[in-house]
Design a protein around this ligand. Structure first.
Ligand SMILES: [Mg+2]
Length: 414
């Protein structure tokens, strides 16, 4: 089998409401580039990539001159062909490689009649558990619904998601408001959702001292882990020395060099594997193997996904023995998807791993057209800016917090 074409299509799919985070905001929608890799046998493999609110179409088109004529089964060779580690000093294509790897695995699965999880060693579980992934949200620009800013709104969001999808683990995305206020929010969740488990992620924007203080305040709660309280392994190591709870990361251990450094001088207990950041599903499986050897915890990270990327997360979650925690997904904040038969469904906080050959998802062409047209109309958005704080530049460590009493709603084109 040979690759004959690579077709990228950028889509933008609405969220229930803008999602706020430590560096800015998802402005009421996600922008994703869908990649179709076509072969001489007429099969089409699907990939997907984010890009911080921007299109990656040009980068994928540029890959045609490298990959037309390449056998999609030669995945290790493809890694060196387009993401050679020294050549990557000039053109980092790790995430491009990831999306094309997804598509190639999808092609191989279709050709061989096997789900991707069976190609990757075989599934150990049929369903992958997820956490609720709670965000502070601005109100929806159209109908002003969906705001999450106050403690009451946050607890209501968690209860509603638990009721609707069955989550028993909850992740709060922080780093937006002053740490003292976010501590109040986190404590309220732990006291209102009895018996459930919790994790907190301020995206590395605290000082080490703030992280130690916050960590000590929550030690007695039912924590899965504290995720990226500071940015950098040395800060993480200092926090870990002073706080009696597990630390997790999706920012300072995102490649094998960093994983080796963390094994040699441990700063992080739980490695959150992102199929995009690591360059594909297969590197995540390899990294999980290293973590198994050194008895580090593993979970599946979400960098914002539509159904194709979610399928990669499900196949990954299905095959790693040391999946120690529920996965994360932005997915339930979306109002629609671009795959056939609509959005994946949660049952008891879990999503079933697809059993069809390949990734097990096919494009709904009408939806792709609709959301590609929406992208043409709306364009990109600045993922690392806040719509209501123009020019705001968050520092690391940050002290330029949003005000929890500020009830304004942004007017964002939809
Ligand atoms: Mg994170």
């Amino acid at each position: 089998m040979k690759i004959v074409d690579i077709k990228p299509t950028t889509v933008t799919v609405p969220l229930e409401a803008p999602l706020r985070h430590a560096n800015g905001c998802h402005w009421g929608r996600l922008v994703r580039t869908i990649v179709e890799v076509e072969t001489d046998e007429g099969l089409i493999g699907l990939g997907e990539m984010g890009g911080g609110g921007e299109s990656a179409e040009a980068a994928f088109r540029a890959m045609k001159s490298y990959l037309v004529g390449h056998d999609p089964a030669r995945l290790e060779e493809m890694r060196f062909l387009i993401a050679n580690p020294t050549a990557s000093l000039y053109n980092n294509r790790t995430q491009i490689l990831a999306a094309i790897e997804f598509a190639c695995l999808d092609l191989l699965g279709q050709k061989w009649g096997l789900p991707v999880s069976e190609i990757l060693g075989g599934r150990l579980r049929d369903r992958v558990p997820f956490a609720s992934y709670l965000f502070f949200r601005y109100p929806n620009s159209q109908d002003r619904s969906g705001e999450v800013r106050t403690v009451e709104q946050l607890v209501a969001q968690a209860r509603e998601l638990k009721e609707r999808h069955g989550f028993t683990s909850h992740k709060l995305k922080g780093g937006v408001f002053p740490p003292k206020y976010e501590l109040e929010c986190y404590r309220a969740l732990a006291s209102e959702l009895e018996g459930d488990r919790f994790r907190f992620d301020p995206n590395g924007v605290w000082s080490t001292e703030t992280a130690i203080w916050f960590g000590q305040q929550i030690e007695e709660l039912r924590n899965d882990y504290l995720e990226d309280p500071v940015f950098g392994m040395n800060g993480m190591r200092r926090v870990r020395e002073k706080v009696r709870l597990a630390l997790a990361t999706n920012t300072v251990v995102v490649n094998f060099e960093q994983l080796a450094a963390n094994v040699l001088n441990t700063a992080v207990d739980v490695i959150l594997l992102d199929t995009t950041f690591w360059g594909g599903i297969r590197p995540c499986v390899k990294a999980a193997g290293v973590c198994e050897t050194f008895q580090l915890g593993v979970a599946v990270h979400s960098s914002g996904e539509l159904g194709i990327q979610l399928a990669t997360m499900l196949h990954l979650g299905a095959v790693i023995p040391n999946l120690s925690f529920a996965a994360d997904a932005h997915y339930h904040h979306l109002v629609a998807d671009i795959i056939e038969s609509g959005k994946f469904k949660y049952e008891n906080g879990q999503i079933a791993v697809p059993t069809e050959p390949g990734l097990g998802v096919r494009l709904d062409r009408d939806k792709v057209l609709e959301y590609a047209e929406a992208y043409r109309r709306l364009g990109s958005y600045p993922y690392d800016q806040d719509p209501l704080r123009p020019g705001w530049t968050p520092l690391i460590p940050n002290d330029r917090w949003a005000d929890p009493l500020d009830a304004r709603a942004p007017d964002i084109p939809v």
